[in-house]
Design a protein. Structure first.
Length: 432
């Protein structure tokens, strides 16, 4: 069974302690899958996220000829143990000029960018395509860097679909410069494949936020085994942020996240600092919150709960949100306004004022973070209904199951079929 196309979140009434487990980091899982394929020997990834984006990466690796084993994770239903037989930088399968090998990437940004660079290690021609939204998202800076390395890339206006020719490029070295003004994933893609290609990658347009994501890649390159073995994926801080925000909105739940990462790799983990605002403090104005410097993608969760704070909040440097899974700045402003929030948009800044919120029917824009963020708001504000909630399959397929599960493993919220008012149970809560 699947989630209905319209659901309603009913705030929980319990006050028992909650200890919630969170699936593995999407960012780390997809990076680790590339490194495992490029390693020499079999690598097993423990605690790997199993969602639409990581399934797309696994399927692409299989199309390329890699053996990938998938086993359940007894500790977390949203995870898998993934075993990849790496071939030391060799890509087994390729197409020809007349018959390129097709690689479909859906709307998975990390998989798309990481695979584009990796495909250039192959001895043949590949065609990369995705969803209509993925075809709107920028790839030009990555294409230009690969052309600088000698590869032939055919693409219109720096976007997908694209045809890549792995023959004739710099597999034994070479240097390129890549701009991360539009996405840090461009640099991460090149750095991951540089482990076996020897490319010298210079990152341009670097700022603090993007440095955090590039730094994650560099730290993973240092820690990841080159000749097979095991690697443990830490929980996803963006996904944990929804539950931490729920704990701030519902302090009586005494919520904690199991196995909170000890590393500082994920900038999204800084949501903990933002949520301190709900505990009170001086009456001074809140400092600005920057996607670049403070929160990464978790800034969306902060924006959605900000109307419930006692003072205005200002969120800056949001331009990158406009070219992701949806036009997220527009989506956030539009849907918060539906709920009664006062939101002022100025350039790439949103200012959110304290507001008396009410229920509304939320358009999710096929965007997992919009759906999960407003579901979190619905734990405090009655009457929040979500259209197309199944979009959470992209990063957290069992999200609604965790909202509805009783303590201590869940929040005990009711998730209703909004048309029939019937509570959903079991597999009905999973986004398949």
């Amino acid at each position: 069974m699947a989630l209905p196309d319209l659901i309603e979140i009913v705030p929980p009434r319990m006050s028992a302690p909650v200890l919630v487990t969170i699936p593995g980091s999407k960012s780390i899982t997809n990076r680790a899958l590339v490194l495992a394929a490029l390693a020499d020997g079999r690598t097993t990834l423990r605690g790997a996220l199993w969602s639409e984006d990581t399934e797309i990466m696994v399927e692409a690796l299989r199309v390329l000829g890699f053996e990938v084993g998938v086993e359940p994770d007894p500790a977390e239903a949203g995870n898998r143990s993934l075993s990849v037989n790496g071939l030391g930088g060799r890509i087994p399968n390729a197409g020809s000029v007349l018959h390129p090998l097709d690689i479909h990437v859906g709307n998975a940004g990390t998989a798309t960018r990481f695979l584009i660079a990796m495909l250039c290690l192959g001895d043949g021609v590949y065609r990369v395509s995705g969803t209509p939204r993925m075809h709107e998202r920028p790839q030009g800076a990555l294409f230009e860097a690969l052309r600088e390395l000698g590869y032939r890339i055919e693409a219109k206006d720096g976007r997908l679909p694209a045809v890549l020719d792995g023959e004739g490029g710099s597999k034994g070295g070479g240097a390129c410069t890549v701009s991360i003004e539009e996405s840090s994933q461009f640099a991460s893609a090149l750095l991951l494949s540089s482990r076996v290609s020897g490319w010298q990658v210079t990152v341009a347009g670097e700022d603090a936020e993007e440095s955090a994501y590039v730094a994650m890649t560099l730290k993973l390159l240092e820690a990841f085994p080159r000749r097979g073995g095991e690697y443990q994926i830490e929980p996803d801080c963006s996904s944990a942020g929804y539950f931490l925000a729920a704990g701030a909105l519902l302090p009586e739940t005494r919520l904690a996240v199991a196995a909170w990462p000890e590393s500082d790799w994920q900038i999204d983990g800084r949501i903990v600092d933002f949520l301190q605002r709900f505990k009170g403090g001086p009456d001074d104005a809140y400092p600005d919150v920057s996607r670049m410097h403070d929160l990464g993608d978790a800034i969306m969760t902060a924006i959605i709960v900000a109307p419930l704070l006692p003072r205005p909040s200002r969120f800056v440097d949001l331009g990158r949100l406009r070219v992701q899974e949806s036009e997220r700045v527009y989506a956030l402003r539009t849907e918060l306004t539906k709920c009664g929030a006062r939101v002022v948009e100025t350039g790439d800044t949103l200012e959110i004022y304290p507001s008396d919120l009410h229920g509304a029917e939320i358009e999710t824009y096929d965007d997992h973070r919009i759906a999960m963020g407003f579901a979190t708001l619905g734990l405090k504000v009655p009457g929040i209904r979500l259209r197309d909630p199944g979009c959470v399959r992209k990063s957290f397929p069992n999200f609604f199951a965790k909202l509805a599960a009783p303590a201590p493993g869940g929040l005990g919220a009711a998730v209703l079929d909004a048309k029939t008012r019937r509570p959903l149970t079991g597999d009905e809560l999973l986004a398949n």
